[in-house]
Design a protein around this ligand. Structure first.
Ligand code: TSX
Ligand code: MN
Length: 478
């Protein structure tokens, strides 16, 4: 996991009875002889990863296309640093380098060794003058993390470039100058296919156009793949993800989707047109800012900057998302997902916040911390912000703040951009609409803090006092 020659990299050995896992791991990780050479140097312990789909075949017994056991155990042993996975062939349960190793096991190594294993994309912003600024961002699922990692600047941003280092996981550590540097422990993208199109993410489409594996997508008669949102017009006919005949008419009548909503592409990062020249730099890339975000229809402005590191850790600790299509009664309810790590932290979340707070002491340059929300809606339920490429305008303000070029406006929750400090070239976006998008409603925020408290009560016996102080300060400012 990570570039072969990087001191920040780690090695795992996975045994599996699934060919799908083997070919997927060949895309998602670095494998083979160069890794065995590293193991033979005998300086690093490997993390043993045992995997079985849990369907041993009797002699002569015919295999099935998707073997799995109805009992499933995904087991992590942080003390002995090993992983045992039984019964499932899918993604995070079977490609053990990803969530199991690079997040759950690595987060416990990171706590013990003074680094960070984060559920973050890494991207680099290059200005027309050639200034390069790297940021890492954590969003809960269904917020378009991969799209953001491969952002294409909009009209009005000629000469600007966004470079992709990673779309899911970042291993981050201070260098000898006290500057945080990040590597991507992965070598591929395991991305959600539905919604990915030449319009929403041309770089992902180019990446997955060859040497890629597709899971639970639809098959077209010409041997291609299809998923909802890939093209404006669905194919006249295809096989759905379960192999049944599917037409747009059948879809309309039965509600059946051609592709599973969680269908995936597994594609080599090296094929991404915007892959950063330094994406395999053994020293990693310098991180100037952290961005947290969520899907919030109200309360959260498009963008604000935390006052300082501990206030930023509070922002990350209290982040959350509203699920649109969820079980009845949960629509509009904020699900707290601290740093997008709730399912992926290998130890208590309260101690994880403490580790974040302590990391600052190892640094000479403290990354700035921001919160974004692409999903705020107006009274009519329409998105206030066009999102996608236009998010470049937010990214530019973040970069300007990092380099001390934009003043910002103080608010109870943090620094807000002034309308004039956002680049509006080639986008018609009025000051009035911007004020609506950025509004900080003190009463709504007091409700929001009560939501924070619900999370803190769950974590109470390990919660660092700083989180309580930050909450108190926020209440006072409100
Ligand atoms: O990925 C998204 N991003 C980040 C892009 C870099 N999505 C898709 C989320 C599901 C994975 C978005 N959806 C984004 C966004 O910024 N914003 C939205 C919401 C939205 C959807 C459609 C429109 C506008 C906003 N359409 C029009 O305004 C016409
Ligand atoms: Mn992820």
């Amino acid at each position: 996991m990570g570039p072969i020659d990087s001191p920040a990299s780690q090695i795992g050995v996975q045994l599996t009875d699934s060919a799908y896992v083997v070919v997927s791991m060949r895309i998602m990780t670095r494998i083979g002889l160069p890794v065995f050479r590293e193991i033979d140097k005998d300086v690093m312990r490997v993390v043993p990863c045992m995997h079985s789909v849990g369907v041993p075949l009797a002699p002569g017994q015919k295999d099935v296309p998707w073997p799995c056991n109805k009992e499933k155990y995904i087991v992590h042993l942080p003390e002995s640093r090993e992983i045992w996975s039984f019964g499932s062939g899918y993604g995070g349960n079977a490609l053990l380098g990803k969530k199991c190793f690079a997040l759950r096991i690595a987060s416990t190594m990171a706590r013990d060794e003074g680094w960070m294993a984060e559920h973050m994309l890494i991207l680099g912003v290059e200005s027309p003058q050639g200034e390069k600024t790297y940021v890492a961002a954590a969003f809960p699922s269904a917020c378009g993390k991969t799209n953001f990692a491969m952002l294409v600047p909009p009209k009005g941003f000629e000469g600007w470039k966004v470079w992709t280092v990673g779309d899911d996981i970042a291993w981050i550590r201070p260098d000898e100058n006290g500057q945080l540097r990040a590597i991507n422990p992965e070598a591929g993208f395991f991305g959600v296919a539905p919604g990915t199109s030449w319009e929403t993410n041309p770089n992902a489409m180019a990446t997955l156009s060859r040497n890629s594996i597709f899971t639970n997508v639809a098959l077209t008669p010409d041997g291609g793949v299809w998923w909802e949102g890939m093209t404006k017009e669905p194919p006249a006919e295809c096989l759905d993800w379960q192999g049944n005949r599917w037409t747009p008419e059948i879809g309309k009548q039965t509600g059946a989707k051609a592709a599973h909503p969680n269908a995936r592409f597994t594609a080599p990062a090296s094929q991404c047109p915007t892959i950063d020249p330094a994406w395999e730099d053994p020293n990693g890339v310098p991180i100037s800012a952290f961005i947290f975000g969520g899907r919030r229809a109200a309360v959260m402005p498009l963008i604000y900057q935390a006052f300082n590191w501990s206030a930023g850790v509070y922002v990350g600790a209290t982040m959350g998302s509203e699920m649109t299509a969820a079980a009845a009664g949960t629509i509009g309810k904020v699900r707290r997902d601290p740093m997008a790590m709730l399912p992926f932290c290998g130890y208590h979340m309260g101690d994880y916040f403490r580790h974040w707070l302590k990391m600052q002491r190892l640094l000479n340059v403290t990354p700035r911390i921001f919160h974004v929300n692409w999903f705020r809606k107006d009274q009519n339920g329409n998105f206030l912000w066009p999102g996608y490429r236009e998010n470049m305008r937010v990214l530019k303000w973040i970069v300007d703040r990092v380099h001390g070029r934009a003043l910002g406006k103080e608010s109870p929750i943090g620094w807000l951009p002034k309308y004039e400090d956002i680049e509006w070239k080639a986008l018609d976006f009025s000051k009035e609409r911007f004020e609506e998008l950025q509004a900080v409603d003190r009463n709504a925020w007091k409700q929001e803090v009560i939501g924070h408290e619900e999370l803190f009560i769950k974590l109470h016996d390990h919660l660092p006092p700083e989180m309580v102080y930050e909450r108190e300060l926020l209440i006072c400012r409100l």
